[in-house]
Write a protein that binds this ligand. Sequence first.
Ligand code: PRX
Length: 569
Amino acid sequence: MDMKSIPAQTGNYNLENYEEMYKTFDWEDARKNFTWNETGKVNMAYEAIDKHAENPDKKDQPALVYSAPGREETLTFSDLKRESDKFANVLKKHNIEKGDRVFMFLPRSPEFYAAFLGILKTGAIAGPLFEAFMEQAVRDRLEDSGAKMLITTPELLERVPEKELPDLKQVVLVGGEGSEDYISFEEEMKDASQDFDIEWVDLEDGMLLHYTSGSTGKPKGVYHVHNAMIQHYQTGKWVLDLKESDIYWCTADPGWVTGTSYGIFAPWLNGVTNVVKGGRFSADDWYSLIAEKEISVWYSAPTAFRKLMSAGAEVAKKHDMSSLRHVLSVGEPLNPEVVTWGLKAFDLRIHDTWWMTETGAQLICNFPAMEIRPGSMGKPIPGIEASIVDNEGNELPPNQMGNLAIKEGWPAQMRAIWNNPGKFESYFVNGWYVSGDSAYQDEDGYFWFQGRLDDVINTSGERVGPFEVESKLIEHEAVAEAGVIGKPDPERGEIIKAFIMLNDGYEESEELLEEIRQFVKKGLSAHAAPREMEVKDSIPKTRSGKIMRRLLKSWELGLPTGDTSTLEE
Ligand code: PRX
């Protein structure tokens, strides 16, 4: 049974009166929390870590609680300050300067967080890569960004085509020996000084590059600046409702934007203890972590909630979940069934939040002290204006479907697409940032997600570009042409389905299809490999040669095929 609405929670929340705050709030108010008022300069890593390490009441508070199979470690704010200062010195010693791109291809680990903060302290731009990426995915990102240094492990190094990357000057190995070619993280850290003069930067100086997929072309480098901290801090207060006594867990990997904005910045800017879990998903492990670490605020994704749901209520009942007080979700549509399940499993509402890699921080959200309408993403955070617009950027009336758009100029907004100003400009129409999502707004101001307007696939909350998968597929000797779509799936949201046309001389067989699937998996990543494949005699294309994914999708779903006038003979 789904509910139409769940009443506002009563309690002591950071944002008690949304309507009032929406009317009166100004981002200038939030700026006052940061150092630049005195110096005119700032640094995210200072505000997130050093500031607390300098505070006698906070310095010994756990900042990072790391838990993985075989490794448990806790670092206080002063530990993290020391480790990141040391690593910043290592970077300086190896000539890393402000504005350089330093990439990280590492599993979630204490070293990752120390290195990430160290990069920011030098004024360099951090580029975290998801651990599951394979060679092509790694190459595309390092090449496009012109990364000068990479921090990785000996195992992951095998997927880095170093010789093909002329800009890449240095590789730091975590857990590897130093040599003429490689810098050892451990050896350098042993000797590094604990005193580092942080690089004070301007608000608009670069901080972070996150690569993400669109429907055409290679992944795009979404460029974020230190200014984003204002919004990370403020949404940490209002949306995550963080209090200094909270134990917070964000399940996202820092290779994705949720894992940095809300797995690093928001909790630490708010001085909160941040739990990081390594290892794979297991319902039992997840619940145990909540119980053991006494997690109070938990930010996860619909796919994860659906997996927990299918693990059954008995698994949840084995664990003490009473520490939880606030649960949130992001990345894909949060089904009303999941919200209903959350009420039963934890006796708590799951708060949906909407935003994107490009937006840098949460924009449309359900707040604790607000009525929730299950299925709705909620309302715009104070300080931003959201609307539904047509293709020319004209606002549409309530209940009409259109482009979900945000009035440009919020603090965490991307400032560029790396090396691609044309792509960057294409997001903006008539003063609006146009998201590519379709949605409508009801009479009471709630936003309702409807789908993507382009062919971008969202599988288990991970964004996959069909073009990348198609390009990889046709690299296989058996594949002549390929078209890739997202197919609705009850657990993963969407799965990747590939239609392929085989080259002459190849016969369809289970083994061949599996070989092709593995080829994509080994080249790109597991989440980009098609879960379903179908062999066709031809792949529908427009006369200009574009794959008609929409037509493939209609076939797959048994829907009317619509306008096919541009279809090639
Ligand atoms: O389609 C929307 C979907 O995820 C896209 C953004 O993906 P990404 O840049 O990888 O960022 C994900 C986490 C910030 C959006 O364009 N999406 C994100 N949140 C929601 C969502 N779809 C429905 N409901 C959401 N709450």
